[in-house]
Design a binder for this molecule. Structure first.
Ligand code: ADP
Ligand code: MG
Length: 362
């Protein structure tokens, strides 16, 4: 199974109409960026780097084309979902730091959490740990005016990390800094990327940074001129072998169970014997044997779960084959006992369910 990109763009275009002239800031940009990558978008001033970042951040709408975040089209999100995406899935670092001048470092870092209704104690603890992460815990009560440029940018990086985003977008973050502070910032971003496995997309026109990137996407006049480096797309996730394979039952019965939508031994214990026996090619005796074998296997693995009788409301039903599927494949009558469809997720949570595989540290 190939990995799902964190970000994929398909023929992404952004045009600006300036009187009679059309400025093609981004033209047919196709890219796939994978979890944990450190990507540099490189190109001269005016080639469309900032435009691309604001599209990826959901701050601006494309003229045409798609942005797909972990398999979900950004265009399909409603305004509440989009706001949540910007607040919790994307961390941004800008050239001008964009800190609130009247707030302390700690308050600036905690700000994205305030919009998300997190309790104050949690916000300040999380802000402090992010300030520690960038080496500025001692400066937590300083306002931006009391910090150097490099320190202000570190506060902005801590702020970008505070909501545990999927993607950190940094637009020329060293543009206002001397070379020592610039190196510090790039090393910090690189280290945080490595440690937290968060995807970082850095926009720059400085060729010295290229060596830090896993991949470089070169933009020229709004188009991808070339891309270098090896994408993580080639690394494939090892598909876990289903424990259905391990059951001591005939292969043709296994095939029938798979066709009916069962994916694991655990699933087999979540329906009644009578329902298993409704599947084409399986009778009552075979159905009883299937459940006996599944029980044996799960006991052996120490993961015996509740049976159909105790499978009640509120149980996690996400990996269970749907009753619809059983009916379609095997012409079964509707049964209350067959596992139902996945419980629906609230709309604005739709991106959240993809959080499972994300490392929540840092
Ligand atoms: P970069 O970040 O690589 O310097 P930008 O993305 O800022 O480039 O700009 C790409 C092109 O789009 C430039 O020609 C710029 O003038 C134009 N552009 C950017 N933003 C706007 C805007 N809001 N209105 C009109 N033209 C814009
Ligand atoms: Mg720019």
């Amino acid at each position: 199974m190939a990995k799902t990109p964190v970000i994929k763009t398909v023929n992404l275009c952004k045009y600006y109409q300036m009187g009679k002239t059309t400025v093609r800031a981004n033209q047919k940009i196709n890219m796939e960026i994978y979890s944990g990558e450190f990507i540099i978008i490189f190109g001269p001033s005016g080639c469309g780097k900032s435009t691309l970042l604001s599209l990826l951040a959901g701050l601006d709408e494309p003229t045409s084309g798609e942005i797909i975040i972990r398999g979900e089209k950004l265009n399909n999100l409603n305004s509440t979902q989009l706001a949540k995406y910007r607040r919790t899935k994307v961390g941004m670092v800008f050239q001008q730091y964009n800190l609130v001048k009247t707030m302390t470092a700690s308050e600036n870092v905690a700000l994205p959490l305030a919009f998300d209704g997190k309790p104050k104690r949690f916000r300040s603890q999380r802000a402090l740990s992010c300030l520690e992460m960038v080496g500025l815990a001692d400066q937590k009560d300083h306002t931006p005016a009391e910090l150097s440029g490099g320190q202000q940018q570190k506060v902005a990086i801590a702020r970008a990390w505070v909501a545990v985003p999927w993607i950190v977008l940094a637009d020329e973050p060293t543009g206002n800094l001397d070379s020592k502070s610039s190196d510090d910032i790039i090393h910090l971003l690189k280290n945080l990327n490595k440690k937290s496995k968060r995807t970082v997309i850095l926009v720059s026109h400085n060729p010295e940074y290229i060596k830090y990137a896993d991949r470089v996407i070169y933009l020229k006049d709004g188009v991808v001129a070339k891309a270098t480096g090896k994408t993580k797309r080639v690394s494939r996730e090892k598909k876990p072998k289903s424990d259905l394979e391990l059951l001591e039952i005939e292969p043709k019965i296994k095939r029938a169970l798979k066709r009916a939508g069962f994916k694991s031994a655990e699933d087999l214990l979540k329906v009644r014997i009578a329902d298993l026996a409704k599947i084409r090619g399986i009778d009552d005796i075979e159905a009883a044997k299937i459940q006996k074998e599944a029980t044996k296997l799960l006991e052996k693995e120490g993961k015996l779960v509740s049976t159909a009788e105790s499978f009640g409301e509120g149980e996690e039903a996400s990996n269970i084959p749907s009753g619809d599927n059983l009916q379609k494949e095997d012409n079964l009558p509707n049964s209350d006992n067959l596992p139902g469809k996945d419980s629906t997720t609230p709309e604005d949570e739709s991106l959240d369910k993809k959080d499972e595989d994300i490392n929540n540290e840092v």
